[in-house]
Design a protein around this ligand. Structure first.
Ligand code: NAD
Ligand code: UDP
Ligand code: UDP
Length: 335
C-alpha cells in the first residue's frame, strides 16, 4: 500500500476544482451604487459565485474592493453594448448610468446601453438558459398623470426630450424583455426602481440626495430646484437590494414597482437634511432642468402581495447612514 497523500493545499486556482457553486450570477453594472450593494448581499451566500461586468463609466472598482481576489468573485471590464460570453444561471442586468447628469452626457451611448446592452444580455440568457432581471425605472411613467403610479399605468413620456435616452431606452429594454419571454421562453424579471439612496452614491452625480448631503457636509447652501414642490419617494439601498433578490427568486415576471411610498417635496427633503446633518446651512432656490416630473410615488401593492416586500428604513433613519461615507470621501471626518 502506498502512503496516504496529504490533501492538496487550497488555493484560489485549485479552489475551483473542488468548489461547486449552486448559483453562478452575473451582475452587469455591479461596480455602481446599487450593483455593489447587491454584490455584497449575494456574496454573503457561500453558494453563490458572482461575476461583475462593468465599463466603469459611473461605477468604480473601489465599490468592490473587499471582493477583489475572492475565489467566488470575478470582475470583468466589459461594455454591455458588446456581446458577452459567460456561463451563468442568473443575470442581474443593471448596467446603465442612472443619474441625469451622466445619462444626458452621451445620450446616444445611453440608448445603446439600454437597447443593445439589454439585447446582448437577453441573447446570453437565451444561450445559457439563465433567468434575467432588468432594473427598469419609475421614469417609464414619465411625468405621470396618475398618482401614485401603479404598474398598469402606461406613462406620460416625452419621446424626443432630453431625458428620453434614459426613459424611452428603459421602455424599449422592457419591451425586449417581454418579447424574449414570449418568443423564446426566457425567464424574465422586471423591476421598476424608484429613487434610491445610500452610501456609495457618486458625490458629484447631481442627484438630489447626494447633492444635499454633500452640500450639508461641506457647509454649502442646499440647492432646491424650482419650484421645490415637486415630490419624490426615496428608498434606502438595503431595502432595494432585498426587493431585487426577492423578485429574482420569486415566480413573477413583473413589472413590479420597488420603492418607498414615503413622499416628500424637495423643500421638505432639504429641511430634513438641514435638520439632521447641518442646521447651519442655507436652503437656496435654483433653476430646474426641462421635463422634470412633478410628482412621483410608487404604489407597492404588487410588491407587498407577490414578494412579501416593503421597505423598512424611513428617510429620517436612512439619511444619517450616508453621512459617514460622504464625510470620509469628502475628507471631512466627524470630530
Ligand atoms: P450607477 O450609475 O451607480 O451604476 C450603473 C453601473 O453601470 C456603473 O457601475 C456603470 O459604470 C455601469 N455601466 C454603465 N454603462 C455601462 C455599459 N455600457 N456597460 C457596462 N457597464 C455600464 O447607477 P445605480 O444607481 O446603481 O443604478 C443601477 C441601475 O438601477 C440602473 O440600471 C438604473 O437605471 C437603475 N435605477 C436606479 C435608480 C436609482 O435611484 N439609483 C432608479 C431607477 C432605476
Ligand atoms: N449574445 C451575447 N452573448 C451570448 C449570446 C448572444 O452577447 O452568449 C448577443 C449576440 O451577440 C446578439 C444578441 O446577444 O447580438 C442577441 O442574441 P440572439 O441569439 O437572441 O440573436 P441573434 O444573435 O440571432 O441576433
Ligand atoms: N433636485 C434639486 N436639487 C438638486 C438636484 C435635484 O432640487 O440639487 C430635484 C430635481 O429637480 C428633481 C428631484 O430633485 O425634482 C429629483 O432629482 P434627481 O436627479 O435626484 O432624480 P430624478 O429626477 O431622476 O428623480
Amino acid at each position: 500500500h502506498s502512503a496516504a497523500k496529504a490533501p492538496p493545499t487550497p488555493s484560489p486556482l485549485r479552489f475551483s476544482k473542488f468548489f461547486q457553486p449552486n448559483m453562478r450570477i452575473l451582475v452587469t453594472g455591479g461596480a455602481g451604487f446599487i450593483g455593489s450593494h447587491l454584490v455584497d448581499r449575494l456574496m454573503e451566500n457561500e453558494k453563490n459565485e458572482v461575476i461583475v461586468a462593468d465599463n466603469y463609466f459611473t461605477g468604480s472598482k473601489d465599490n468592490l474592493k473587499k471582493w477583489i481576489g475572492h475565489p467566488r468573485f470575478e470582475l470583468i471590464r466589459h461594455d454591455v453594448t458588446e456581446p458577452l460570453l459567460v456561463e451563468v444561471d442568473q443575470i442581474y442586468h443593471l448596467a446603465c448610468p442612472a443619474s441625469p447628469i451622466f445619462y444626458k452626457y452621451n445620450p446616444v451611448k445611453t440608448i445603446k446601453t439600454n437597447v443593445i446592452g439589454t439585447l446582448n444580455m437577453l441573447g446570453l440568457a437565451k444561450r445559457v438558459g439563465a433567468r434575467i432581471l432588468l432594473t427598469s425605472t419609475s421614469e417609464v411613467y414619465g411625468d405621470p398623470l396618475v398618482h401614485p403610479q401603479e404598474e398598469s399605468y402606461w406613462g406620460n413620456v416625452n419621446p424626443i426630450g432630453v431625458r428620453s435616452c434614459y426613459d424611452e431606452g428603459k421602455r424599449v429594454a422592457e419591451t425586449l424583455m417581454f418579447d424574449y419571454h414570449r418568443q423564446h421562453g426566457i425567464e424574465i424579471r422586471v423591476a421598476r426602481i424608484f429613487n434610491t439612496y445610500g452610501p456609495r452614491m457618486n458625490i458629484d452625480d447631481g442627484r438630489v440626495v447626494s447633492n444635499f448631503i454633500a452640500q450639508a457636509v461641506r457647509g454649502e447652501p442646499l440647492t432646491v430646484q424650482a419650484p421645490g414642490t415637486q415630490t419624490r419617494s426615496f428608498c434606502y439601498v438595503s431595502d432595494m437590494v432585498d426587493g431585487l433578490i426577492r423578485l429574482m427568486e420569486g415566480e413573477n415576471t413583473g413589472p413590479i414597482n420597488l420603492g418607498n411610498p414615503g413622499e416628500f417635496t424637495m423643500v421638505e427633503l432639504a429641511e430634513t437634511v438641514k435638520e439632521l446633518i447641518n442646521p447651519n446651512v442655507e436652503i437656496s432656490m435654483v433653476e430646474n432642468t426641462p421635463d422634470d416630473p412633478r410628482q412621483r410615488k410608487p404604489n407597492i401593492t404588487k410588491a407587498k402581495e407577490l414578494l412579501g416586500w416593503e421597505p423598512k428604513i424611513k428617510l429620517r433613519d436612512g439619511l444619517p447612514l450616508m453621512e459617514e461615507d460622504f464625510r470620509s470621501r469628502l475628507g471631512k471626518p466627524t470630530n
